[in-house]
Design a protein around this ligand. Structure first.
Ligand code: CP
Length: 309
């Protein structure tokens, strides 16, 4: 297969296993490119991309922009907080005005679940979902699986536990879909209040004891508590949360197993992960960030190749 089955990247839910393998093979090529002394290729000289962010971001925003520049695309950046959205302009009007400037692709982060799906139905551009509320964050899941593949050789057959605030996490849902498509075994672990009801229906195991979850897994993906999405208290205190669900060197030593530690960022040191673990040899957190550029280059390149001028 040499092209994606989709024209937009709205969620992992819309991809198949062959799409993921194509993205990974393309990312392998671009990872080699970005480690050369000349890190740029002319592939997308005829493509213009708008990055529109309605929510804060460090890693996703910077790595999309870098990926686009490495591919020689023209890039414009839009931050909702400094735009006419503040004067009441709608999402569709905003994007159609951007497209009137001859933009081919829109990368969007938005607080509302389904915002990218809505946009793809109403505007003529390739849409990439850079995180939509608590729904999906597909490029994060792709770079996470790519990092597991790089570290362990394969994703199929691996035991992966996702720990923390599953209820409000777009990273969790996209990771569950991506890992299952590739044949991994997935469990979620956290306080019952932060696990969605009926999550087992997605085919994942549920564990509320961190030590048992760590004993089972090859990879632990630690998630932050999404304080910005919490309207009520889901656990008594942050200290109690950390005592039960924070990963520390002490608990890793007790488990006594070579577990790969991941985190999508931003990390809250001393809450879901101790500094010692975050900065340890078991942690691949910065490899995830590095791989984000190659994965986003691959996604943009493959979607751009489907645009008809
Ligand atoms: N992982 C992630 O989405 O980080 P940012 O919010 O900084 O983009």
């Amino acid at each position: 297969m040499s092209e994606l089955s989709v024209n937009h990247l709205l969620g992992i839910k819309y991809l198949n296993e062959a799409d993921i393998q194509l993205i990974f093979e393309t990312a392998d090529h671009f990872k080699e490119v970005i480690n050369r002394s000349i890190k740029k290729v002319p592939s997308l000289r005829d493509i213009t991309i708008a990055n529109i962010f309605f929510e804060n971001s460090t890693r996703t925003k910077l790595s999309f922009e870098l990926a686009q520049k490495r591919l020689s695309a023209d890039v414009i950046n839009f931050s909702a907080s400094q735009s006419s959205v503040k004067k009441g302009e709608t999402l569709i009007d905003t994007v159609n005005n951007i497209l009137a400037m001859k933009v081919d692709m829109v990368v969007m982060r938005h607080p509302n679940p389904g915002a990218g799906i809505f946009l793809a139905r109403h505007v003529k551009a390739a849409i990439v979902n850079a995180g939509d509320g608590a729904h999906e964050h597909p490029t994060q899941a792709l770079l996470d699986s790519y990092s597991i593949r790089e570290k362990l050789g394969d994703v199929a057959g691996k035991n992966v536990v996702i720990v923390g605030d599953i209820l409000h996490s777009r990273v969790a849902l996209s990771n569950i879909f991506a890992l299952q498509l590739q044949g991994a075994n997935v469990k979620v672990c956290g306080p019952r209040t932060l696990l969605p009801k009926h999550i087992e229906a997605l085919g994942v195991g549920v564990e509320t004891n961190l030590k048992k979850a760590l004993k089972w897994c090859d990879v632990a993906n630690m998630l932050r508590i999404q304080n910005e999405r919490l309207d009520i208290s889901y656990f008594p205190t942050t200290r109690e949360y950390t005592q039960q669900f924070g990963v520390t060197m002490d608990i890793l030593n007790e488990v006594d197993k070579e577990i790969v530690i991941m985190h999508p960022g931003p990390i809250n040191r001393g809450v879901e992960i101790s500094s010692e673990v975050a900065d340890s040899k078991q942690s691949i957190i910065l490899n995830q960030v590095e791989n984000g550029v190659a994965i986003r280059m691959a996604v943009i390149y493959l979607l751009a190749s489907k645009i008809k001028h």
